[in-house]
Design a protein around this ligand. Sequence first.
Ligand SMILES: [Zn+2]
Length: 343
Amino acid sequence: MKKLLLVCLLFASAVFAGDAVPKNIILFIGDGMGLSQVTAGKIAKGTLEMERCPVTGFVTTWADGALVTDSAAAATALATGVKTRNGALGVDSNDKPLKNVIEYAKEKGKATGVAVACSLTHATPAGFIVHAPSRKLDAEIAAQIVSSDVDVLFGGGLDYFKSSLPELQKKMPVALTTEEFRKIGTPAKAAAILYPVHPPYAAERAVSLKELTQKAVQILSQDKDGFFLMVEGSQIDWAAHKNDGTNVVSEVVDFDNAVGAGLDFAAKDGQTLVIVTADHETGGFAVLGGSVENKTVNQTGFVADKHTAAMVPLFTYGPGSAVFSGIHDNTDIGKTMLHYIME
Ligand SMILES: [Zn+2]
């Protein structure tokens, strides 16, 4: 009840401030991207695209019944505004399905999409599309993705789509190679499943997250009712799990370049809310040495090879962004997006 009141107050203050309701929402999730990961990216790049967001805040990430969340529970919280137990995708702790932001957006006639640097069946994208008691059911998750109404599906995981691929191809063109992806044009719906499971790290990916984001926005923005797009920098988390500071930095840079593409569109369009955050922090990462002048991060440390409960940063831009200033729970982000879509 207290939380609901807080959300109502946030909306009231948004209206009071004359903040408009966005037509489009682009949500960028850096998986495992805590404040130190962002700091490392800033040292490497000089200026981050994220810095173009005038509103900043912090997000608490706990799951239902667990101080430290996994990506499934965190994606569900962001996508539905409801906390669930670790491992659950789009269902509450009692396995009751929760309507997600993509389903609400479709009801309003909006186009929807996900663009990720992992298998499309992995926890973060799946948490925005499917309803499953466990994140480990890849084939079942793939089947649910195919039968969903999502218009843009860019990522990996072809091995899990073996039996459902013909059904997906009936609904939309499906690019299976970089060449096919670059020739896909701007159909109303499109999929690109470019890897058997997950893509390699950013340095070896033929298609950057920025290129996926630009194509997704180009396709989705054709819908006159607006769109919702979720973009995930999936492998910041994996590099942190491996305590691999070098790849943490290059994954944050790849993710931030994609954020830049979203912000470029939002700046021109004027009706797009861009939200940049993370699902949780990974590794208890710290930057211990390097040089701002030389843009190098050459000494890093980790206190764990797992997720942590640290708050994660939040950056927002565009109409409806002002309410995100300050400290929020991950469910508040989901609730606010749903409120904007239902307006
Ligand atoms: Zn992880």
